[in-house]
Design a protein around this ligand. Structure first.
Ligand code: XIL
Length: 360
């Protein structure tokens, strides 16, 4: 081996330290207020070594929020002892990761990804391209299409690249369609047309060839205009060789009107015929305040159980994620009680529905 090529040589070490320092300056702390990087402390009894993660037939995930993960021991415990996958609820969204052009702040996402690793969870990345939680600078009126395409590529490259090898699945594009099946008139669609989708997927594949890339949508679990538009898009992407691996179904739902197991199974299988995986990515089940209290929790449990069964039965469904841990911090508000733990952090029948179904 020639001396110059030895990766352990002092010169190589110096070059490496310089590169690490530069990388830290460029992406590490930029955009933040310069305060200490947040960290989620994992108590020893919740660390992966002490508490091996549960074993399910397919990953059971939860969306995780930084604040409660740091401050609320019961929340962290419920997360760590129940789930096997973690999606950052907000920390990977554009407004947090790149609040100003070229200034990246990965500290919140790093803290959550670190917590997932130390508790033995896999990570779903959420989300790279969306019309919401997008800072105003992106939609600058004078931006030319090629400039916006470059903004998009740079963002995807930076975010996916940072977590290369650590994110199992990415929601690359989120909620591309309106309920009537027309394209959401986001800055992406207005300036770039539908090619924004393929730009994002190609950039994501290049940045981490090992991550599975998903198109994620709300309200497309059952037949309807949005479901049709989504399937047509997925088929076009596959036909034209765009690197897409799967479609995510958020499955935000309500007791008494949740997609049935058969409906979900049909949907997953129809994507399987396109050669695509499916996943349930953001599930919650609202209990409306006017619902008769008697069977409400049992109905909710059934909705979760049905979704878990459908995912289990569909070969190509990769897992089920619920949008939060417990009712206390749900984005829908705790009064609607949509999640598997109650406001005090106690397990609900919904949790049994999920665990019993997915248990090995
Ligand atoms: C929600 C978060 O839960 C909230 O905390 C935030 O204020 C808004 O976004 N579909 C998605 C998620 O794809 O990113 C949304 O998350 C919920 C709906």
């Amino acid at each position: 081996m020639s001396g110059g090529a030895d990766p352990r040589s002092p010169a190589a070490t110096r070059r490496r330290s310089l590169a690490v320092l530069l990388a830290a300056l460029v992406v590490g702390c930029g955009g933040g207020d310069g305060g200490p990087a947040p960290r989620v402390e994992i108590p020893p009894e919740l660390a992966r070594r002490a508490a091996p993660p549960r074993s399910y037939e397919k990953p059971l995930g939860a969306a995780l929020r930084l604040g409660p993960a740091q401050d609320d021991r019961a929340y962290l415990r419920a997360f760590a002892t129940t789930f096997t996958s973690m999606t950052p609820e907000n920390a990977m969204k554009w407004e947090i990761v790149q609040p100003k052009q070229g200034e990246f702040d990965f500290r919140p996402a790093d803290a959550l990804v670190g917590a997932a690793r130390r508790t033995g969870k896999q990570v779903r990345g959420h989300t790279l391209v969306w019309d919401q939680q997008l800072p105003a600078w992106v939609a600058d009126k004078n931006r030319k299409p090629e400039e916006l395409a470059a903004v998009l590529r740079d963002h995807v490259k930076a975010v996916v690249g940072r977590y290369r090898g650590r994110v199992a699945e990415w929601d690359v594009v989120n909620e591309p369609f309106d309920a009537d099946g027309s394209w959401t008139k986001s800055v992406w669609y207005r300036v770039l047309g539908e090619r924004y989708v393929s730009i994002a997927f190609r950039a994501a594949r290049a940045a981490d060839p090992g991550a599975r890339l998903f198109l994620n949508e709300v309200g497309a679990e059952r037949p309807g205009p949005r479901a049709r538009a989504l399937r047509r898009l997925a088929a076009r992407l596959r036909r034209s060789g765009v690197p897409i691996d799967g479609v995510g179904f958020q499955n935000h739902t309500v007791i008494g009107n949740n997609p049935s197991r058969a409906e979900l199974l049909r949907t997953f299988r129809s994507y399987g015929r396109l050669g695509l995986d499916s996943a349930i990515t953001d599930m919650d089940v609202v209990i409306p305040s006017e619902a008769p209290p008697k069977d409400a929790l049992a109905k909710q449990a059934r909705a979760y159980r049905d979704a878990a069964r459908a995912c289990l039965e569909a070969d190509r469904c990769t897992g089920l994620t619920v949008w939060g841990v417990g009712d206390r911090y749900s984005w829908k508000g705790s009064a609607l009680r949509p999640l598997p733990f109650d406001v005090s952090g106690r397990p609900k029948p919904a949790l049994d529905g999920l665990r019993d179904t997915l248990a090995r």
